[in-house]
Design a protein around this ligand. Structure first.
Ligand code: PMV
Length: 356
């Protein structure tokens, strides 16, 4: 469906630049099959501030070649260590982007968040690169509409790094075919087809950098451990169920239910890791301490703040904009001592890719 032969090309050279944000899943994707297809549908907030800015310069090659020709720069400097990842990505998407072997590319990328913050740059990085490639394809002469471009970019991003496909649009996207989400697909993410309750407008995500080191177990390994996992089937069903409930809650604005589903999803993700074979734990003592403090604060103040976790020790603190001041002073008073170098990142839901 996404394959396209374009010839003759309308341009011989050019440059495109886009930014793409990170995203944080509320209903988690954990377990895949086939070529990066999810075992269950997932739903995420698209973020704003944690993003990757990518420019791709392209020029027509003089001779035909069977290889790709590209250079990767990070913050303007050559970064060959990243090139095998791009090579694999290009090989995977070549049949959908046959122009890739006809041009030389220089990919120049930078992140707005600190390099070793424990925040994965794969989602924002793959989303930004995919959007650039689709924009180039458009300049070369394919006739995709704006909507088809976003869909194709999400499709390509998925092939680069699963959850990256949820970073093209916002504020909330779903990846994975789900009977309650019209237009949803295993192949790309879509914007939720409903209007959210206003309490979720400008929802805040403060990322507490509890552990900035490399993860001991990569997501790829973790996903694979869901094959033959004793709770896999129940988990996939539960996620689809939670997504249905969460979609309702996000329309009604029932924040208590929202908190219940979101925190349960985060803990279930980590429960899957702890019950894999081999088992592993990505949370740190500080992660647990932060969670307990959030629970205590919520109970005593009735302020609707909650947490979610990705595949790591960092804690995403989620709350409505209306309680921002109270929550930030709570974080500065009680949680900051559990963050490495007292670092946290304030983010907010956003709208996805932007042309630079
Ligand atoms: O996209 P991956 O392969 O890095 O997997 C992401 C997995 C989680 O972040 C834990 C959950 C999710 O849905 O984003």
């Amino acid at each position: 469906m996404f394959s396209s032969q374009i010839a003759p090309y309308l341009k011989k050279e050019g440059k495109v630049s886009y930014s793409a944000p990170s995203n944080i899943a509320l209903v988690k994707y954990w377990g895949k099959h086939g070529v990066q297809l999810p075992q269950n549908a997932s739903l995420s907030f698209t973020l704003s501030n944690c993003k990757t800015l990518t420019s791709v310069t392209y020029s027509k090659r003089e001779t035909n070649s069977q290889d790709f020709d590209f250079k990767f720069l990070f913050e303007g400097k050559p970064k060959p260590s990243f090139e095998p990842k791009i090579q694999t990505f290009f090989e995977r998407i070549y049949k959908y982007c046959p122009f890739l072997k006809d041009f030389s590319f220089v990919i120049d990328s930078q992140n707005t968040f600190p390099h070793s913050s424990g925040i994965a740059s794969s989602a924002s990085g793959m989303a930004a690169l995919s959007q650039c490639l689709v924009a180039i394809e458009k300049e070369l002469g394919n006739g995709l509409s704006e909507e088809q471009m976003l869909q194709k970019a999400s499709f390509l991003a998925r092939l680069g790094s699963g959850s990256a496909c949820r970073s093209l649009e916002g504020p909330v996207t779903v990846w994975g075919a789900h009977e309650n989400i019209e237009g949803s697909s295993d192949e790309y993410a879509v914007k939720v087809p409903f209007e959210m309750h206003k309490v979720f407008n400008n929802y805040q995500d403060t990322v507490l950098l509890v552990d900035k080191g490399e993860k001991q177990v990569s997501s790829t390994v973790g996903h694979n451990l869901m094959h033959g996992h004793p709770f896999a089937e129940q988990r996939f069903q539960q996620a689809n169920h939670n997504l249905k409930d969460l979609a309702e809650v996000m329309q009604s604005g029932n924040i208590e239910q929202f908190i219940h589903i979101v925190e349960s999803e985060a803990l279930t993700l980590h429960a899957m890791m702890m019950t894999s074979s081999p088992y592993f734990i990505l949370m740190k003592p500080e992660t647990m301490e932060v969670i307990n403090r959030i629970w205590k604060f919520r109970e005593t103040t009735k302020i609707p703040v909650c947490f979610t976790l990705d595949a790591g020790a960092n804690v995403h603190v989620l709350y409505p904009e209306s309680v921002k001041e109270d929550v930030l002073s709570f974080i500065n008073r009680e949680l900051i001592s559990f963050c490495q170098n007292k670092q946290y990142i304030c983010d907010i839901v956003g709208l996805g890719v932007q042309k630079l």
